[in-house]
Design a protein around this ligand. Structure first.
Ligand code: HEC
Ligand code: HEC
Ligand code: HEC
Ligand code: HEC
Ligand code: HEC
Ligand code: HEC
Ligand code: HEC
Ligand code: HEC
Ligand code: HEC
Ligand code: HEC
Length: 322
């Protein structure tokens, strides 16, 4: 085990990581399998503090019978659970996920104490994984996320043993992973004007956090806690001396499709003017008396953005001319 540890980690890091392991190795029983198999009553009493430890067999005990699962575990970041021995055998190796397996090792037909993912409810699966993954802010929301609420558990997207993507142990690569259930979204990214998600330039998870978010639709915030769009379109963020309230208050979605659409610039409507007139009153753009000539749409059609160029906000013109 220590040997395989060293082979995966750069020498300096390995030295740092192994120090506590060596220290512990001297005090902990050398072979946890022996401890559980042939322990006498006195030995068990002496170990009463770690009583439950005797219910655990250790990952090495599984190797011979479950070679494939052992290999996939050994090749995944989950082998690292054996580095943190502070929490005891219930948090190490195979048994961190499958539960105490000593009785199963002595009688392979006894699977009564094992945690069987195929049979467990999505909530129980999430809870099991979150025993270790609740620490970061990322996954905390999962239980209460739209995914969590709809029975989409960790292993709908991640697979400890059968991942096709080594990174993040994903069942499938994006965006196909998401299209398994959100096939309708695929068409949106095939529209004439779209974010290049299918082409691999942008990922669903650039904008969404599938583990849940504070806000609606599992949409991420930019690092500035602003709309996710500013993460990449920083030039639209301002601050501008003259903000367009539509951008600041209603958000990008008031004018743009977010995934893709049939109109240039992914605008919600094909005619820019109709877009503007959804909020600005039509009367000022007619031939009605008092309407300024430059706004007379009856005379001839001009795109509003021909004159109001800096539509996202301006530092120079309150009417967004530049
Ligand atoms: C002596 C061989 C042997 C050893 C050692 C062994 N297993 Fe098993 N295991 C089996 C067999 C056989 C089955 C199928 C039992 C059945 O379905 O009745 C099984 C089933 C399982 C299952 C359920 C699989 C399913 O399809 O749902 C899990 C999980 C499991 N073992 C985990 C472990 C872990 C963890 C260890 C080590 C702590 C371990 N096993 C050690 C032979 C073994
Ligand atoms: C991070 C949690 C985790 C760890 C660690 C883990 N497993 Fe699993 N195991 C699972 C999940 C989840 C499944 C269900 C299949 C899947 O999603 O990959 C599973 C399925 C299995 C099965 C059923 C057959 C199969 O491949 O689907 C066996 C047997 C098994 N694990 C044995 C082991 C053994 C042996 C180890 C240690 C070498 C181990 N597991 C470590 C989570 C884990
Ligand atoms: C709907 C799919 C989905 C579900 C459900 C899901 N994940 Fe993820 N998870 C992902 C994707 C996709 C990534 C990769 C994120 C990226 O590319 O930025 C990821 C990344 C991760 C990572 C590595 C990156 C990080 O943020 O630390 C961990 C750990 C993780 N998920 C754990 C979990 C756990 C635990 C659960 C269940 C409580 C879960 N995930 C549920 C899709 C999902
Ligand atoms: C005993 C603690 C523990 C449990 C239980 C556990 N994990 Fe992990 N998980 C870890 C550790 C440790 C890492 C490695 C973190 C690192 O590399 O810094 C990890 C890494 C991951 C990663 C990231 C892989 C990558 O490429 O970055 C994913 C995804 C993940 N786990 C999913 C799961 C899922 C799904 C479950 C439940 C089936 C689960 N984990 C159960 C401890 C655990
Ligand atoms: C450029 C950012 C961005 C990308 C990339 C993106 N989304 Fe979205 N998505 C959003 C925003 C913003 C909303 C919220 C729109 C709203 O509130 O009307 C949303 C809404 C959704 C919704 C819920 C509303 C609906 O339309 O049904 C789903 C489902 C969804 N996205 C799935 C996906 C999937 C799957 C992918 C990848 C294939 C993806 N998204 C990629 C920004 C994005
Ligand atoms: C196993 C199926 C499954 C997978 C895989 C999956 N989702 Fe979902 N997703 C759902 C279900 C079920 C819902 C809730 C019902 C609905 O809105 O369609 C949902 C809802 C959503 C929503 C809408 C949230 C809301 O508030 O309306 C977004 C956004 C989303 N998923 C994004 C993603 C992304 C991104 C991925 C890939 C990383 C993904 N999903 C993978 C099943 C899945
Ligand atoms: C009031 C409606 C409106 C709002 C709100 C809006 N846009 Fe626009 N956006 C437009 C129009 C109209 C165009 C096309 C401009 C043209 O034809 O010259 C455009 C063009 C763009 C373009 C491509 C051209 C360029 O200037 O780079 C991007 C990128 C863009 N918008 C991003 C955003 C983002 C990000 C947000 C939210 C911060 C946003 N837009 C909010 C109306 C809007
Ligand atoms: C991860 C980075 C990223 C995020 C986040 C992002 N975009 Fe984009 N966006 C791009 C890139 C890159 C392009 C260039 C399009 C291309 O050629 O693929 C683009 C193009 C656009 C365009 C079309 C520009 C044109 O000239 O036609 C609009 C409009 C737009 N984005 C709006 C948004 C909105 C609204 C959001 C938030 C919901 C958003 N973007 C979030 C990267 C991003
Ligand atoms: C979602 C609603 C909405 C849309 C769509 C919208 N606007 Fe606005 N716009 C506003 C609001 C609200 C204000 C600020 C209130 C005001 O001064 O009337 C504003 C202010 C303005 C101003 C400055 C007004 C002033 O008195 O200084 C101009 C110019 C303007 N918009 C042009 C446009 C153009 C051109 C379009 C189309 C590309 C457009 N707007 C689309 C809501 C919108
Ligand atoms: C030929 C250039 C031109 C076009 C095209 C144009 N505008 Fe204007 N717009 C102006 C001028 C000039 C002003 C007045 C600026 C000032 O008072 O400083 C103005 C002022 C405005 C104002 C603020 C004053 C008011 O009347 O409320 C709004 C809002 C506005 N325009 C919206 C629009 C919309 C919406 C369209 C498209 C239907 C449009 N404009 C098309 C030149 C134009």
């Amino acid at each position: 085990m220590l040997h395989s540890t060293a082979s995966r980690v750069p020498p300096l890091l390995a030295a740092v990581l192994l120090l506590p392991v060596f220290a512990l190795a001297q005090t902990a029983p050398k072979n946890p399998t022996n401890a559980s198999a042939g322990a006498t009553a006195t030995q068990q009493k002496a170990a009463s503090k770690t009583d439950a430890a005797s219910n655990y067999a250790g990952s090495e005990a599984c190797k011979t019978c479950h070679a494939a699962e052992y290999k996939s575990w050994e090749d995944s970041p989950h082998w690292k659970t054996t580095l943190d021995t502070k929490q005891g055998p219930s948090h190490e190796g195979c048994e961190a996920c499958h539960g105490a397996a000593a009785s199963h090792v002595s009688d392979p037909t006894d699977i009564s104490k094992l945690f069987l993912f195929e049979k467990a409810s999505p909530k129980d699966i999430d809870a099991r994984c979150l025993e270790c993954h609740a620490g970061g802010t990322e996954h905390m929301n999962t239980l209460h996320s739209v995914h969590g609420e709809n029975g989409v558990s960790c292993i709908s997207c991640h697979s400890p043993h059968h991942a096709t993507q080594a990174q993040f142990l994903l069942v499938k690569a994006q965006p196909d992973l998401c299209y398994t259930c959100h096939l309708a979204k695929k068409a949106e990214f095939e529209m004439p004007f779209h974010h290049r998600v299918n082409e691999g330039l942008i990922k669903c998870t650039d904008c969404h956090n599938p583990h849940g978010t504070e806000g609606p639709k599992q949409v991420r915030m930019a690092s500035t806690q602003d709309a996710v769009c500013f993460k990449c379109h920083t030039d639209k963020q301002g601050p501008f001396v003259y903000e367009h309230a539509a951008v600041k208050v209603d958000g990008c979605e008031s004018c743009h499709m977010v995934h893709g659409g049939p109109n240039p610039h992914m605008l919600k409507v094909s005619n820019v003017n109709l877009l503007c007139l959804q909020c600005h009153t039509t009367s000022s753009f007619s031939s009605a008396p008092g309407a300024p000539s430059f706004h007379n749409q009856a005379t001839f059609f001009q795109a509003c953005t021909l004159c109001h160029v800096a539509i996202h906000g301006s530092n120079f013109s309150s009417t967004f001319f530049q």
